[in-house]
Each structure stands twice: as C-alpha cells, then as structure tokens.
Ligand binder design. Sequence first.
Ligand code: FAD
Length: 465
Amino acid sequence: MDDISCNLLVIGAGPGGYACAIRAGQLGIDTIVVDAQKPGGTCLNVGCIPSKALIHAAEQFETIVRAASAKNDLGIHASPPTLDLARTIAWKDDIVRRLNTGVAGLLKKAGARLITGRARFADGKTVEVETPAGVQTIHAETVVIASGSEPAALPFLPFEGRVISSTEALALTEIPQKLVIVGAGYIGLELGTALCKLGADVTVVEIEPRILPQYDAELSEPVAKRLRALGVTVLTGAKAKGLAADGAALAIETANGQPTTLAADKILVTVGRKPATRGFRLELLDLDMDGQFIRIDDHCRTSMRGVYAIGDVTGEPMLAHRAIAQGEMVAEIVAGKKRAWDKTCIPAICFTDPEIVTAGLSPDEAKAAGLDIKTDFFPFRANGRALSLDREDGFIRVVSRSDNHVLLGIQGVGAGISELSAAFSLAIEMSARLEDVGGTIFAHPTQSEAFHEAALKSLGHAIHI
Ligand code: FAD
C-alpha cells in the first residue's frame, strides 16, 4: 500500500475524534480520522446512546408492570406485559446502526476521510493503520489522540464468564435472574435500574458509605429512595473480594466486616473507566502524563509539538459533550483560529430514576473554593407539572455568590429533568444572576419552573412555596 499524507490525523472516531474531524473538514483542513470500530466511539456504540435506549425501554416496561399491579393511582389497568428482549436489543442496535451511518455521512460531507483499522504510532508524525487490506502508513503534520477509554476491571474479578462490563450488559440475550453490580457510580446505577425494571433481582455492592459518591448526599438520596422502592438491594461500605469458590456467586465483605456471598447469574463490574493509552505504541512519543491520562494544556496540546489529545484519554470528566467541545476547539486551533478552553461549566447528567443534573459548583465545592455563597432549593412536590407526571420526588438547587448573586452552580434531581441541563449550563456560562433567572418567564406548567422558583426562593420571595 502506498503511504498517504494529510494535514490532520485523528486517532479515534468517538465523539471527540469525529467532532474534531468534521469541524476540521468544514474548515478546509485535509483530515483523516482512523478508528478500529464503527464510527461513534464508546458513546454511540456501547455507551450513552444504547444505555439510554435500554433505560427508555425499561421505563416503558415498568410503567405497564405498575399499571398491571395495584400500585397505580392513575386508574389505568393493564395485563402484565411480557418482554421480547431480542426485539428490544435489535431496536437499540438499529438506533446505533443509524447513528453509525449518520456519523460516517457527516464526515464524508465535511470532506474528512474515515479509515477503518487499528492505528499504532511509528513516530510523532507517522501512524501505521492495520486495515483489512494491509498496513496503511499515514504521514500527518498534526495528530490528535482521541482514543477514549475502556471499562476498568478489578484485578481479582476479571471480565470473563459471568463477570461482565457495561458493554456486555448492553447486549444481554436474557435478563439475569440475579444480577450483582459492583460499583454504584452512574453507569452501574443507570444499567442496574434499567435491568431491575426489566425483571432482574439486583444487588449493588459499593465500597463507599453511599451510592453515587461523586454527588452530594442531598442529590443522591432521592435516587437511593427510589432504588429501595424498586426493590434494589444496596450494600454500601461493602467490598467485593472475588468470585466465590463455586464460581456462581460474588464473595464480599459487608460493612461490618462479615464475609458472605451473593448468588449471581451475572456480575456487572462498573468501577470506573481507564484511558485507552496502551497497545498503539503511544509510549514512543514519551508524552507527559497526568496519572494514567495524557496531560494537556488549555489548547489540548500535549507535551509534544503538533500532537493534541482530547476526550476521555485526557481525564475527568469523562463525558461525551466535553470530548465534542474539545474536538471542535482543536480543529479551530489547527485552522489558525484563536481558541482556548474557557468553559465555566461542563454539565453532567446521571440518567438514574430520578435523574440528577449538575452544572457548576455544588455548595461544598463553592465553600471549599473559599467563596461566600447562598444556596436554596425548590422541591418538586410544590411543582404542578411534577405532580401531574405523578413524580414529586426531588428538587432544584441554586448556588450563588452572596455579594452579587451570580450563579455558581445549579443542581437538580427529579424524574426526566435531563433536558433542564441546557438551561442550567446556559445560565452559568452567561454568568446569570439570581435576578436574571427570577426575571425570566418560565412556561407553565413545566418542571423548569422549579428552577425559576429556586432562584426566587434564594432571593426571599418564592411564589409557590
Ligand atoms: P471514545 O468514545 O471512547 O472513542 C474512542 C475511539 O477510539 C473508539 O471508537 C476506539 O475504537 C478508537 N480507538 C482507540 N484506540 C485506537 C487505535 N489505536 N486505533 C484506532 N482506533 C482507536 N457520556 C455522556 O456524556 N453522557 C452519557 O449519558 C454517557 N453514558 C455512558 C454510558 C456508558 C455505559 C458508558 C460506558 C459511557 C457513557 N458516557 C456518557 C461516557 C462517554 O461514552 C465517553 O465520555 C465518550 O465516549 C468519550 O469520547 P471519546 O471521543 O473521548 O472516546
């Protein structure tokens, strides 16, 4: 195969890599993006999109299950539903397939070339790609590493047999009767809740004293309460120790130090994700690292001139929208535009039931930063829309500076509130004050009114509470 060259070579066509390649193509940069898998990365193939499809299907199923039981106040009666899991998975796979095709089409439209194959570095400007047709050598002026991340395994509980990662959990052929989840972070709880609603008997083992330890207790408590209502067993302060001797159970040590076992058809390990930095001769470049991650500056430059890194491989928060924003920025920098990372907040959503949305600083983070703050919240039990949705759990909380009321953080927990993340991040990015939110008309009846009312409450004059 003849060598080829380009201005910009992107390794990885996940959200970071494909966004970078599309923007670069739009800007007229001769761009190649390489991926060993179908375009879309973790997010599209085995992450954000398929997990949300499964969560949606599970919610629909559970609504009918509730209608078929006495636990339904809406006056709707239904027969107990049955699940054709193969059909559910096929529906989810079709969404993924359509988006794979969509991303490939967007790259083509922008003029970026997509090459399928595994890339490995030969040097900082040369990459060899193992394509089905042979090794393709690519020379590039600039390289962007967007290789993403992969599930982290526990050394004493490797992924094999009944021990699975989120990837396998999204492609189950049957719902496990007994599912044990190790790690109560957002991925474990999103999938655990969905699989519980689809019929699995779920137990969650978490080493920390409470679930979702990355969120504050006020935010995680409504989720913990709902897990209890759904029948999920949560063992906090408990340590997974490995497979039990018979291989059919998880050995754990409970919070009070007692060894015990939990029978499991599947053990889903969701203890975090690690950057994908191995197996493609990245070590040849001898880049400065930040722990396991590639160290970058506010232009996403690595320690080697002409080599950038974006997305999960560069650290927390490992979120698709951060990767996309970095990808777009790097493409513009390569095109000669004056850009730097200047975001005030990166919103995050936990698609549990209820959902958690955060943007900016929590009260504790703001205090730890030495800021003098005021904080208040508005509960969904006083919000007409939440009541009409039969879900009054949760609240919206605002954190602002005491002196000028500029919003520093907005958090919420409530059923289906993920779409409010846009209002939260827009308000913070535009340095809105409590008065700006209080002075804006929010349509009635919507859950977003709880944001308006939280701002008014913080100013001392809420209307609906
Ligand atoms: P990735 O998406 O990981 O893409 C990297 C790509 O690089 C991969 O396609 C890989 O094949 C390719 N690659 C790596 N090395 C090579 C090589 N040597 N040669 C060729 N190709 C290579 N984030 C959210 O924001 N919202 C969510 O709701 C959400 N839900 C999630 C649910 C689950 C179950 C999981 C696992 C993750 C979820 N995430 C979510 C995280 C999100 O998927 C990642 O943050 C995002 O995909 C990171 O994008 P990226 O471009 O950095 O890397």
